[in-house]
Design a protein around this ligand. Sequence first.
Ligand code: FES
Length: 244
Amino acid sequence: MDDERDPGTPPAPPAGGVTPGVDRGDRLHAFRDDAITVTWSRRRCIHVAACVFARPDVFQPGRRPWVDVAQGDPGDVADTVLRCPTGALHYVRTDGGVAEPAPAANTIVVSRNGPVFVAADVEVTDESGAVRLVDTRVALCRCGRTANAPLCDGAHHAAGFRDAAALGDTSAVDDGDVAARPGTRLRIEPVAGGPLRVTGPFTLLGAGTGQAVAGARVKLCRCGRSANKPFCDGSHRAAEAAGG
Ligand code: FES
């Protein structure tokens, strides 16, 4: 069983592709028993603590190691892993149990004072358009302070980022021709110096606001400056011109 004080292990990438659930260049810690292996990415964990609240006997910060899968039924441990909204936690059943399912629909949740949480069949690219991550759960920065763009690294806390998660003018969402699009995968591309370009069928929700809008294309602000959050309103250009 890994000790999280170690730097973790970089998983071997498959030839010519990306490993589902593993961000490019990331290192993972593995915690296993005979029935299940849980992996954890320190880099992607922003301490939402959904796992800790659900199963504090299995996920216990401060204990060494902090994940002890033997404390829970493997099905319960797996269900708890799926609550992790960032994708920092994943599991592999080694007892023939159910593998991680893909979400039935693609949802994007704007959180209050924090990132955008995506639950979807999703791919995230780098600014050149190359896929760096394929996953089912991702947290995306919207304060502009992350050191692991476009993923959230928790920097919004220190930055004092404040936003109520209300959806601004939803005419920014293009409902496109969802039915004509091949497949259902969501693609998220960070535009250099600009927003996150999202394409693919999705429902966008403002957490705690009751607001929801369906679409197929949208540009989400990732600089933190838009006056029409969570959508990009072009404010990044003025900030860039001003050297900010
Ligand atoms: S990325 Fe923030 S306004 Fe465009």
